[in-house]
Write a protein that binds this ligand. Structure first.
Ligand SMILES: Cc1ncc(COP(=O)(O)O)c(C=O)c1O
Length: 377
């Protein structure tokens, strides 16, 4: 039967290949001190956010019951979209049930045949998948290399629209894109800039709206994808930008149209989370200080970290098996640090992706560094 089918034989083969390269993933719920989640500001368990979620479910029900274009729409979605657009400084914002879907939506709905997408080589899988699903030509640009991008923009013929696609803060390396330079180049070349702000929103910028704010550029000069499941502590994502682009997504974005809307309680919870981000800048200041402290302590202990200041700190180990062993040792010592292996990162660069959160104090970080030194020995 199905167990002996050609498909089953092939899949067993594929799983064995994963085992032989130490690439098989396993599911493991949180255990130990958090050094791997994206809950940078500890909002996922904040009492005000969880209460808003519960009250939202009591008021609007647990399920949305349909697409936003049908009966799945709720005032809570409109309210949080307006709140997010004001926070981001854009004309409009649209909520999607995940960042993955938001990236697919932007890259498929706004592009047409004849367009060219210039996509950074380290872009997240959701941007790569969105680009592949689009009918645009894809040009991969060396990571964070604006000169190479300028050359490629000049050299690549395009009958339609050029798009430049980057992350503001790269998820696996923790380095930043020089957004003001990207904006200037895009302006000069009449290209549209798309910024995945997944790991910067809530954290970067004086008001927490992201790295676009730090770069001093008008958030309506690009389209940004802002996840709500990371620093905002809930789930989903906002695409933010000029009103005409957002209106087009409502009309044409398949992940928005052909999918049941998120539970409305999610919108209530995000609204609470945004209020906290606005009112409590000390959370992101603490996060910055803790990230700088951990980098400093790691370097003092002789552990290399890529240049940068962000709360995502990669300790590149290289070999898959050794990275798994180091992660397992840390887990036994009570720290939830996870091994990141290809294809999430380039071949030969398996690593611990340490993500700092504002709740980690210096004594805990000191203990962690000692445990990491022992685990690497
Ligand atoms: C850079 C980046 N973009 C998009 C996503 C997808 O967001 P979500 O987890 O909300 O689907 C992620 C998260 O994994 C990410 O790291």
């Amino acid at each position: 039967m199905l167990a002996d089918s050609p498909l089953a034989v092939r899949i067993r083969d594929r799983l064995l290949a994963l085992d032989s390269h130490n690439l098989r993933r396993s599911l493991r719920p949180p255990a130990g001190i958090d050094l791997s989640s994206n809950d940078y500001l500890n909002l996922s368990t904040d009492e005000r956010v969880t209460r808003a979620f519960v009250e939202g479910a009591e008021c609007d029900g647990v399920g949305s019951t349909g697409s936003r274009l049908l009966r799945g729409d709720r005032a809570a979605f409109h309210h949080v979209e307006e709140q997010f657009a004001a926070f981001k400084g854009t004309e409009r914002a649209l909520f999607f049930s995940s960042g993955y879907l938001a990236n697919l939506a932007v890259l498929t709905a706004l592009t047409e045949k004849g367009d060219v997408l210039f996509s950074d080589a380290r872009n997240h899988a959701s941007l790569i998948d969105g680009a592949k699903l689009s009918r645009a030509e894809i040009v991969v640009v060396p990571h964070n290399d604006l000169d190479a991008l300028a050359d490629l923009l000049r050299a690549t013929p395009c009958e339609g629209v050029r798009f430049v696609v980057v992350e503001s803060l790269y998820s696996m390396d923790g380095d930043l894109a020089r957004l003001a330079e990207y904006r200037d180049l895009c302006r000069a070349m009449h290209a549209t800039l798309i910024v995945d702000a997944a790991h910067a929103v809530g954290v970067c910028g004086a008001s927490g709206s992201g790295a676009i704010e730090d770069a001093g550029i008008d958030a309506n000069d690009c389209l940004s994808v802002n996840t709500a499941g990371k620093a905002l502590g809930v789930s989903g994502a906002f695409v933010a930008g000029p009103a005409w682009a957002i209106e087009h997504l409502v009309q044409r974005a398949r992940p928005f149209i052909f999918s049941t809307a998120a539970p409305p309680a999610v919108a209530h919870a995000i609204a609470a989370s945004l209020r906290i981000i606005r009112a409590e800048p000390q959370r992101r200041e603490r996060l910055r200080a803790r990230a700088a402290y951990l980098r400093h302590r790691l370097n003092e202990a002789g552990i290399d970290t890529p240049a940068g200041l962000s709360h995502i700190i990669s300790v590149v180990i290289g070999d898959n098996e050794r990275t798994l062993t180091v992660a397992a040792r840390l887990q036994s010592a009570g720290f939830d640090a996870r091994a990141i292996r290809p294809p999430s990162v380039p071949e030969g660069t398996a690593r611990l992706r340490l993500s700092v959160n504002a709740g980690l104090d210096e004594a805990v970080l000191d203990r962690f560094v000692r445990a990491l030194v022992r685990a690497l020995a």
